[in-house]
Design a protein around this ligand. Structure first.
Ligand SMILES: [Fe+2]
Ligand SMILES: [Fe+2]
Length: 469
């Protein structure tokens, strides 16, 4: 019998042909197994991007890792939701589905240098993940398991962008000689993947390719690093917040300082990544939401980068300070860092915070700054909500939560004088130079008061509270 639809309309809501839909080799069990494998791969990728971004010196990779961690976490969330719809209590999502896959990701996590890391992440892990998405799109029953097929298609759509970025990154960062040097290791990774394709029940762990970099336990590096374009990163010789709230200065001049503040936010993903990595026992939803926030902060830094490009000023001439993430990561516990983050972000909410920055930007007549501050404000409202969901409930009240964050921040030693005495910085006042360059671009004469601005972080925190001596 030839089946026809009404006036030849596409059958089955466009999901598949009538013939394809009569395929019967698929089951809830098979679907869940495949989803769990994909889930494991995405979680491990998310873990690696997060674990490695703080100590990764290259700015473009730090921001890309932030984005890619976020994309992986979004897919993880979608898969968890789908698995929960398929008669899976308990979900069993924390179980390692395959020892060969585990070895594969353990090796990449432990990759010693940026070159190995980039080559393996983007040259091996991403293609493997995309191959799994393809297989799931092909095999999932197009009608009965349409929700799964949809998730695999959406995952593929986003991960293909990640792979495309990665292919270019490999071209830029890994030369032929380096590739040759790591070829044996990359072949080991291929072996792991080949093993992972065989029936796990059919083999013992002893047959797995021997661990190379993962032979010794992975040690997390929470010390932020920056590439060679970041000059004088210990410099805390200019206090942008005090400038921003000083009524003597013009909106236009404050916009310049805000572009600097945005770019300096690179220290937030560096710090947040350490919270994520060092609080592995928090529920997945915590990791998912905090990863979104981490990505937003990386975007804020890139908005600052665009701001500098917009003014045609080379940001490399300006010291982009990193001692906030350095000091927090090396002096506080992850819980205390979270407290500081919440305290600071809550302080951005009143009238003098993000709304004020947006109003300044609008009044400055720089539409780009206005646009950036508009979205920056929206993002920060979200972050403060994330904090209320995941941080405040550990305390009796909002006030207690805030007090704890404030105390933790006060505990951090800024080392302002130590860094100077150790010769790490002179805390040079870089503002007049930057300001003069911007005035030249704007075609205006510098305001003498703004030009003379000379307030440091020596005795003040970024919320303008005095530091105890
Ligand atoms: Fe931000
Ligand atoms: Fe934020």
């Amino acid at each position: 019998m030839t089946y026809t639809t009404y006036r030849g309309l596409p059958p089955l809501a466009g999901l598949a042909s009538m013939e394809e839909a009569q395929r019967s080799q698929w089951s809830v069990e098979e679907s869940v197994t495949r989803l769990k494998r994909l889930h494991y791969m995405l979680r491990r990728l998310h873990q690696i991007f997060t674990a490695r971004l703080t100590a990764e010196p290259i700015y473009e990779l730090k921001t890309a890792f932030s984005y890619h961690a976020y994309l992986c976490s979004e897919q993880v969330g979608a898969i968890r939701q789908r698995v929960s719809e398929m008669r899976q209590p308990p979900l069993g999502l924390e179980v390692v589905p395959d020892q060969a896959l585990k070895r594969f990701f353990d090796e990449i996590l432990a990759a010693p240098e940026t070159t190995e890391l980039v080559a393996a992440l983007y040259g091996k892990a991403l293609p493997a993940l995309l191959a799994d998405c393809d297989a799931l799109i092909r095999d999932a029953h197009p009608l009965a398991d349409a929700p799964t097929a949809r998730i695999a298609r959406l995952a593929k759509f986003e991960l293909a962008d990640v792979e495309a970025f990665g292919r270019q990154a490999i071209e830029c960062l890994v030369d032929a000689e380096q590739r040759e040097e790591m070829s044996e290791w990359l072949a080991t990774l291929d072996d792991c993947l080949r093993f992972a394709n065989l029936d796990p029940a059919e083999r013992s762990d002893a047959e797995l390719p021997a661990p190379h970099y993962s032979a010794k336990p992975y040690e997390y590096d929470r010390t932020p690093r920056r590439d060679e374009r970041f000059k004088d990163p210990y410099n805390a010789g200019v206090n942008p917040e005090a400038f921003l709230y000083d009524e003597r200065f013009s909106d236009r001049d404050k916009t310049l300082m805000m572009f600097y503040k945005r770019l300096r936010e690179l220290d937030v993903p560096e710090m947040m990544a350490s919270i994520l990595h060092e609080m592995p026992d928090q529920p997945w939803e915590f990791h998912g939401e905090m990863t979104r926030q981490l990505w937003d902060e990386a975007r804020h830094a890139m908005m600052g980068e665009v701001g500098f490009a917009h003014l045609n000023i080379d940001w490399r001439e300006v010291p982009i300070n990193f001692t906030w993430s350095l000091n927090l990561n090396t002096q506080l516990t992850p819980q205390e860092r979270h407290g500081v983050l919440f305290f600071i972000e809550q302080g951005l909410m009143p009238k003098t915070g993000k709304r004020y920055e947006w109003e300044v930007a609008l009044a400055s007549n720089d539409p780009l700054s206005g646009l950036f501050q508009d979205f920056d404000w929206a993002d920060e409202v979200l972050h403060s909500q994330i904090g209320r969901r995941w941080y405040v409930p550990q305390f009796g009240s909002l006030n207690e939560a805030l007090e704890y964050g404030d105390r933790c921040w006060s505990k951090v030693l800024s080392h302002w004088r130590d860094y100077k005495e150790q010769g790490l910085t002179e805390h040079r006042n870089w503002w007049p130079e930057l300001y003069r360059a911007a005035c030249q671009r704007w075609g205006v004469t510098p305001d003498p008061a703004a030009l003379a601005y000379d307030v440091t972080y020596e005795d003040k925190r970024a919320d303008l509270k005095s530091l105890s001596p």
